[in-house]
Write a new protein. Structure first.
Length: 145
């Protein structure tokens, strides 16, 4: 951890070998999520590039990198994210690449997604629409075949 140098020109002890500090901000993908506890009620919109976990109640819209709604969490609004994992209640609309409804999810929303996972026991009432147009992808595959 500490190095001793045999340099006669310097009488000061050498510093430990440590990696250089980054001058840029840390990657949001590796960042800790912002967690809104079960005692928090928010009225308004949330916008971030990071990860959010809602364990309380939000009356408003969310735009984030990833969103997790905890078992006691509730959102009444629109969610736009890369991935949405729901264990609680959502009423409104969800637009995401990946939507995951766990067995405790209660979702009354229209979904626009590329990948949808619904666990046995989850409640879902709404309309599902695929983000990417599957028919145009199939037509392209036929042309290249």
């Amino acid at each position: 951890m500490f190095n001793k140098t045999n340099s006669s020109s310097s009488s000061a002890p050498s510093a430990p070998d440590m990696p250089a500090k980054k001058t840029s901000s840390p990657s949001r993908g590796a960042a800790v999520p912002s967690i809104f506890g079960s005692d928090i009620v928010i009225t308004g919109d949330i916008k971030t590039d990071g990860h959010i976990q809602i364990d309380g109640r939000l009356d408003g819209n969310i735009q984030a990198g990833n969103v997790t709604i905890g078992e006691k969490g509730a959102v009444n609004g629109k969610i736009v994210a890369g991935a949405v994992h729901i264990r609680g209640k959502v009423t409104g609309k969800i637009e995401a690449n990946v939507v995951d409804l766990s067995e405790t999810a209660n979702v009354q929303a229209d979904l626009v997604q590329d990948q949808l996972m619904i666990a046995n026991g989850a409640f879902f009432d709404g309309k599902c629409t695929r983000k990417s147009n599957i028919s145009s992808a199939a037509k392209t595959a036929k042309k290249t075949a």
